[in-house]
Design a protein around this ligand. Structure first.
Ligand code: EPZ
Length: 416
């Protein structure tokens, strides 16, 4: 397996354009299945999860063409409604194809999805919601078979703002007869990107950006060309890198309007941040301040940046506290940071972190996508060399973290 090698103690200075959002591109790709025609998406990130989703769509009869960051999906003729086990288990996002396939063809076969091991990640909310829209589920040898004569609009209420379940309802309701009202919907910016695309395709949607969505489905869709927004989590990752190594960074197409809570938190930790349109500039001198952070659904602090925050507090100038309220198993990176000398004590949902002047380079293992990226950031702030193994996790969500950080002046390379 390939490894990433990072030399610590090099401050950063540079600028780069942020890749398109993984968590927006994947449901937007699923939306293309609703339309017996062609969909073009710009700024699609060239990452493993996108190639995996392309493989699923192609296995169903779609023709996918990726030129640079432009992805063309011709879903004119679907020949299958089965999500292949290997691809389905490779990433969580495959589950939103259930809603799209039910909306398009009234039938789908799926396996329980895979993805980062950051908790149990059940899909009960997805299945309950789709049942309310008229889907009938049977499970045979671990395969979920979903079927419906025609999805019919309904009123659905979520006890928790699940991002994926909200996307599944949107995709199914867009192909359903009548009106669907979803109360307690997730409000992540990726949901708004999906709503915008479905509206452009022909669905009527009210309440975008709020926790109450109303969808009037249709069977008549249009060919559309849509831009995938910049990846706010990748922006937050590289913002954290500058804060860990010191220096300055300029990030274009960075979706700063979707990072309010992150910007406020990082400013509290000592970063100087300036935003101009879609450009975010950050300057950082000295160690991060020791602060307390709690992850929450949007617009709160994103759980996907929790591991990066852990690294910043591990080199912070005092005792900080990190509370993870979204995923029950998302502190795995702490044990790797311990190998680098980090002072982290985990108690249930909370991590108490005593900041060290610096960390020590070590051989560490990426356990999941964002935790792996956080270990790269820890390497920037460590004395000597840090080797991150199992970095295939990182390739699922970052086009080329080494290329990007080298743009900022980091001394980093990947060895196959
Ligand atoms: C999406 O995952 C993102 N993935 C995650 O990003 C992100 O961390 C998460 O939303 C929260 O923002 C994609 O968009 C592909 P959830 P998702 O459903 O949809 C529980 C990354 O690094 N839950 O909002 O799986 C669940 O167990 C990834 O890019 C149920 O109990 O997140 C979790 O505790 C990691 N039953 C909580 O809700 C359900 O049916 C939030 O999950 C669904 C969810």
């Amino acid at each position: 397996m390939s490894e990433i090698l990072v030399q610590g103690y090099h401050s950063l200075k540079g600028e780069l354009e942020i890749q398109g959002s993984k968590n927006a591109a994947l449901p937007m790709m699923a939306a293309a299945v609703l339309h017996k025609g062609t969909t073009v998406l710009n700024y699609v990130p060239r990452i493993q999860d996108v190639f995996c989703m392309m493989g699923i769509l192609e296995s169903m009869g779609c023709v996918c063409t990726m030129e640079g960051h432009r992805l063309t999906i011709d879903a004119g003729c679907l020949t299958d409604v089965r999500i292949p086990e290997k691809n389905g288990k490779a990433m969580r996002s495959s589950i939103v194809l259930l809603g799209a396939l039910l909306g398009r063809s009234g039938e789908a076969y799926a396996h329980y999805p895979g993805g980062c091991s950051i908790g149990s990640r059940p899909i009960d909310m997805h299945l309950d919601a789709l049942e309310k829209l008229g889907a009938v589920f049977r499970e045979e040898e671990g395969i979920i078979h979903a079927q419906t004569m025609r999805l019919k609009g309904s009123t659905i209420s979520f006890d928790y703002p699940s991002v994926g379940a909200t996307e599944n309802v949107l995709l199914a309701a867009a192909g359903a007869e009548g009106i669907t009202v979803l109360k307690g919907a997730a409000r992540e910016p990726e949901i708004a990107a999906l709503c915008g695309m479905l509206q452009a395709m022909g669905a009527e949607i009210w309440g975008t950006g709020t926790d109450c969505l109303m969808i009037h489905g249709t069977r008549r869709y249009k060919d559309v060309v849509r831009d995938v927004p910049g990846d706010r989590i990748v922006t937050g990752t590289y913002l954290s890198a500058v804060m860990a190594a010191g220096g300055e960074g300029v990030f274009k197409r960075s979706s700063p309007k979707d990072l309010d809570c992150v910007v406020k938190t990082m400013e509290k930790a000592g970063a100087h941040i300036r935003i101009l349109d879609d450009v975010l500039e950050v300057k950082m001198k000295g160690r991060p301040k020791a602060i307390s952070v709690e992850t929450n659904p949007y617009p709160g602090f994103p759980t996907d940046l929790q591991s990066m925050m852990m690294v910043l507090l591990a080199i912070g100038d005092g005792r900080g506290c990190l509370k993870e309220t979204v995923f029950e198993g998302r502190f795995a990176t702490a044990k790797e940071l311990h190998k680098m000398g980090a002072g982290i004590i985990i108690e249930g949902k909370e991590a108490c972190i005593t900041g060290q002047k610096s960390l020590t380079g070590a051989r560490v293992q990426a356990c999941d996508l964002r935790g792996g990226a956080a270990l790269v950031i820890a390497g920037l702030a460590a004395e000597g060399e840090t080797v991150i193994t199992e970095c295939h996790h990182i390739l699922r969500g970052y086009e080329d973290i080494c290329r990007d950080l080298r743009c900022l002046g980091a001394v980093i390379r990947r060895e196959a």
